[in-house]
Design a protein around this ligand. Structure first.
Ligand SMILES: Cc1cc2nc3c(=O)[nH]c(=O)nc-3n(C[C@H](O)[C@H](O)[C@H](O)COP(=O)(O)O)c2cc1C
Length: 170
């Protein structure tokens, strides 16, 4: 069975998880922008991973998923800033599943974990909240600060081990 891991990753979290999955199932992990994954016809199994960008895969990767990943056995993996068990985490898995299943893909495995949020993005959110004052869409609450702090150490060794376990046996 020919396998490949394809991912989108801005700051490396999803790449790390993808590389661990690739190591576990014995194949390459490739960023979707690499030309060599323009044609996936030779692969029987594709592990598809994205980082969450404003409520879903980033627009380029979403297009790639819709155009290139069709009628395959697939695995889905996601990293995001929010807690994986949160409503948002559950929703992100649903979003990923829907895109893949619409194209006739069969999802064999799934994995989701938190990933450190780019400090530049955190800085931007702080600035926006400070400017908007009481009207801030995402006010900087102690809960938000705690979530950012919790995400900062992920993916950690335990996430990597869990990702491997989730894809074991493929
Ligand atoms: C522009 C941008 C938008 C993001 N939007 C969300 C979001 O809507 N929900 C969320 O939980 N995390 C969001 N995040 C956090 C990332 O999904 C998370 O840090 C992820 O692990 C980054 O993965 P990467 O290192 O592979 O790029 C966002 C990050 C960036 C940079």
């Amino acid at each position: 069975m020919k396998k490949i891991v394809v991912y989108s990753s801005l700051t490396g979290n999803t790449r790390k998880v993808g590389e661990a999955i690739a190591e576990e199932i014995g194949c390459k992990a490739v960023n979707f922008e690499d030309e060599c994954v323009n044609d996936l016809s030779e692969f029987d199994f594709v592990a598809v991973g994205f980082y969450v960008d404003k409520g879903g895969p980033d627009a380029h990767f979403k297009r790639y998923m819709k155009e290139k990943i069709k009628n395959k056995n697939v695995g889905l993996f996601i990293t995001l800033g929010a807690e994986p068990e949160s409503e948002h985490g559950t929703k992100m898995l649903e979003v990923g599943r829907e895109i893949l299943e619409q194209n006739g893909n069969k999802i064999l495995r799934e994995f989701i974990c938190q990933g450190a949020i780019d400090p530049k993005l955190i800085e931007q959110m702080r600035e926006m909240a400070a400017k908007a004052g009481d009207k801030a869409l995402h006010p900087i609450t102690p809960e938000r600060e705690a979530r950012w702090a919790a995400a900062a150490s992920h993916p950690d060794a335990s996430d990597i081990a869990n990702a491997k376990t989730a894809f074991r046996g493929i």
